[in-house]
Design a protein. Sequence first.
Length: 504
Amino acid sequence: MDRCKHGFERSAGVLLPVSSLPSPYGIGSLGDEARRFVDFLHDAGQSYWQILPLSPTGYGDSPYQSFSAFAGNHYFIDLDTLCEDGLLERSDYADIPWGRPGKRVDYSTLYRWRGEVLRKAYSRFKDEPALTGFIERNHWFDDFSLYMVIKSAQKQLPWMEWEEPLRGRQPDALERIRKEFTEDIRFRAFVQYQFDRQWNALHAYAADKGVKIIGDIPIYVSLDSADVWANPELFQLDDNYLPVEVSGCPPDYFSSDGQLWGNPLYDWEAIAESGYQWWILRLRKSFELFDVLRLDHFRGLESYFAIPYGSTSAQNGKWKPGPGAEFIDVVERAVPDAHIIAEDLGFLTDKVYELLKYSTYPGMKIVQYAFDEREVGDYIPYKYEANSVAYPGTHDNDTLMGWSRSAPRRCIRYAMEYMGIRRTADLPRGVLRLTMQSGSNLAIISMQDWLGLGSEARLNTPSTVGGDNWCWRLGSNVLSPRLAEDMERMTKMYGRLPVRDSKA
């Protein structure tokens, strides 16, 4: 089979989750502020906006632990847009104590109020054929809606603890739910329909501005999700629907216990026998939403780390073979125009490098890692090949300012010597330049780093749950024309401006 090429033209982009956009209503949304951010990216000479998963958040408010790999997060639905559409009055939502735009996301307030406000909007919605059409077009919605209404009726218990007729998806029991909760199911169709409408409008707006959107697809799904409940045969579960083994990564220099993620592992043999249908549907849905997709934990396709269920650490895990090149071939046949970035971080072997080369997907290069002696030398910037994506750090790293203040001094000294700078205060800006001037065709920099923010703006700390994770938000009026000019100037300096903005 001819190998598909997945590289980028030399360009730049910004990493900012939708949740971090400014908004008067507790969390970033798909409305005016999102369009203003797209305008800012255009003015700053940026070609890409990278976001985090858009799925509804579950345990710990993490976008990587979702109730569904297909549904959209109802928190992102813009309330002012619903008001403009005649579905809400401002009095329905404006006086709720959501928090100021620059404050952190308060997920408990969102959980308390957002659904109630959306139900008011649904009560005024009259286009029933639109909902019927949405349900018919989206294969995943029936399972998702049943899962959510049952979970609500069961006081949010995980599906593994439901009574057997529902846990085991007996047809009579599911039909009873459909009849008993018809209105609730229609409400959830309304929510997903509105999410789709608003996202599609934002995506089209970005396209008109020459900004492509990079989505993010976690390789694993949550145990307590519609995906596992509806497809238990595709996962390594026992007779009680509990995992035999779970996901994680082995002990390393950073953690003597390793990382215990806890997601159920795929039964790759069963998935292959099904023709990879679930994965194909998942990827096709993702490429309806995004122009490019970052595939999380790419190395898990070559081999994955399996930890016995019930373990308190990852120390007893073992590596087991993944689907390898067969998965890549299936993707290219089913989604031939798929533009994928491989998140190839972590413990890598020659076989992982071989699979990455076979896929032709660009991998990720993290500049912060270049100066840590615990990492291999592949992250030193002069080694970056064109078919890669350079980042100062990921959503799991500290900001550059925070890193410059907390990293071991030997790392900081090495970084300063490498860049030829004398003051630690100049280090964050130096890393930005190093990222932009690297040989990687695409450079992605977080908005926090462009703003020079410290650890208070860190998005996530791995191996921790709750707290300040996933809560950082952009303040109002910080995306100034002066900042856009600065970004555009550096982007031009290192040959990353799109043709539309080139002044050469």
